[in-house]
Design a binder for this molecule. Sequence first.
Ligand SMILES: [Zn+2]
Length: 96
Amino acid sequence: MANAVRWWEMRPAQSRQPKTYVCPICHGPLLAMAPNTLLFPEGDRERRRHAHTACVARQRKAGLLPTKAEWERSLRPAGAERRPWWRRLFGSRRPG
Ligand SMILES: [Zn+2]
């Protein structure tokens, strides 16, 4: 898989056409008529790829193929997520 892709959009797919694709993850054959997963690199419909749903699940489990929301979360400083909203608004120190 291309390393330049920062995040992936993915959705379940299944076709009525008796086509065969090559899974970009395991490079094995993938039947379009079987349930599979469509991958859009950074949401790009032109570069969509059909992948085995099991392969996508395995990659996701390994921390690969982040979604846009996961990628955006990873850009934020560590710990920012766990602070309560009032701490973020007013800072962690209170006078007095
Ligand atoms: Zn595969």
